[in-house]
Design a protein around this ligand. Structure first.
Ligand code: NAD
Length: 370
């Protein structure tokens, strides 16, 4: 991948968004220095910050910036206690995030879940179930299935009301998400577990058929299939068996949250939502799995790692800069190994742990990048 200018829209949003974004940008700049990258980063308001600045959770100028950028580094949006008179379709969660997903056809959601051994205490599973630490990736289809299928309605009937949602997938929709899963598995441990309900659902049968066919193009990647109910169990019984977990939209929504719980804190979990690839670059939106955490905002308490690891995913998936992405991820690992902990991952039982704030954690990771 060329290392020409990387154009990035940085939308920090609300709550802890600006403070964790500041640290992620610091780390990106450190990676740029080490790998001689030219970054063109422009910050713009979104969420309540957008409403305050321009009366819109996704102001036109912010959207225009995203359109001329290669990738979006997103913080988080929404403050439940802000102005209840603003109707839900104008509130940030819908008017900003869902609109961006739709605008850029972000069909693939990637959620890596990593639990380093040093943070074993933060995981709800017993240590013997955690192996040498957890490391799996949920690849979720984001624009199809039950959430978008038509018809979708509630109607009056004689016996009361009747609600209909439609689960629908086409071959091309399954193919493109399967390719994302197999390509990603190639730079990991080369295993894909495809989740379906092929014993009951027509969609499940088609899903399994198409994924199996796509797997033929990746002979170096192992594929197995698992029914979703079993997958929900296996994630807590033996999570170390998974590398890449490939799911349709609804199953991915549920299983990615279950997997996220294994990492102990939302503050550690990045995500990527990818759209189409053109000219060797994949448009993507990268954001922490958590929200705006109003309870700790502005207090130097937030864990910036989810935002920093989101920046690593941006380097990897939008720009193909695997070395730079790995350098950021390994800087995070080093700092955790040295015992630095924000409050959400701190345990007083660990004598080597030292509690630090958002700012100090970001500084230490930027420094470790080199
Ligand atoms: P939340 O994820 O903001 O917070 C849940 C808990 O996790 C809180 O105790 C919080 O302090 C903690 N937490 C989250 N991120 C953390 C971090 N980086 N470091 C340390 N602790 C962290 O969820 P919520 O409280 O249900 O939602 C708050 C607001 O965020 C709502 O308006 C919601 O709609 C919005 N939200 C936005 C997004 C997004 O922008 N993608 C995602 C989820 C929620």
């Amino acid at each position: 991948m060329s290392t020409s200018k990387l154009t990035i829209a940085a939308l920090a949003g609300d709550g802890i968004g600006p403070e964790v974004m500041r640290e992620a940008l610091k780390v990106l700049q450190a990676a740029a220095r080490r790998f001689s990258l030219t970054l063109d980063i422009t910050e713009a308001p979104v969420g309540w910050a957008g409403i305050d600045a321009a009366g819109d959770a996704l102001p036109e100028t912010t959207l225009a910036l995203c359109r001329r950028s290669d990738a979006i580094l997103f913080g988080s949006v929404g403050l439940p206690d802000r102005d209840p008179t603003v109707p839900k379709e104008r509130r940030p969660e819908r008017a900003a995030l869902l609109r961006l997903r739709k605008e850029f056809s972000l069909f693939a959601n990637l959620r890596p879940v990593r639990l380093p051994r040093e943070l074993s205490h933060a995981c709800p599973l017993r240590p013997e179930r955690q192996g040498d630490g957890l490391d799996l990736l949920v690849v979720r289809e984001l624009t199809g299935g039950l959430y978008f299928g038509q018809p979708k309605l509630t109607e009056e009937i004689q016996a009361g009301r009747r609600a209909v949602d439609t689960m629908v997938y086409t071959t091309p929709e399954i193919e493109r998400i399967a390719h994302v899963a197999f390509r990603t598995a190639r730079v990991r441990r080369r295993k894909v577990t495809s989740i379906d309900k092929a014993n009951v659902l027509e969609n499940g049968i088609l899903w399994r058929e198409v994924v199996t066919r796509v797997a033929g193009e990746y002979p170096d990647v192992a594929l197995d299939h698992m029914f979703v109910d079993n997958a929900a169990m296996q994630l807590v019984l033996r999570p170390t068996q998974f590398d890449v977990v490939l799911c349709e939209n609804l199953f991915g929504d549920i299983l990615s949250d279950e997997a996220a719980a294994l990492a102990g804190s939302l503050g550690m979990l990045p995500s990527a939502s990818l759209g189409i690839t053109s000219g060797g670059r994949t448009f993507g939106l990268y954001e922490p799995a958590g929200g705006t955490a109003p309870d700790i905002a502005g207090k130097d308490l937030a864990n910036p790692i989810a935002q920093i690891l989101s920046a690593a995913l941006l380097l990897r998936h939008s720009f193909g800069l695997e070395d730079a992405a790995k350098a950021v991820e390994s800087a995070v690992e080093q700092v955790i190994a040295r015992g630095l902990r924000t409050g959400d991952i701190y345990s007083p039982a660990d004598p080597s742990a030292r509690k630090v704030g958002t700012h100090e954690m970001g500084d230490a990771i930027a420094q470790a990048v080199g």
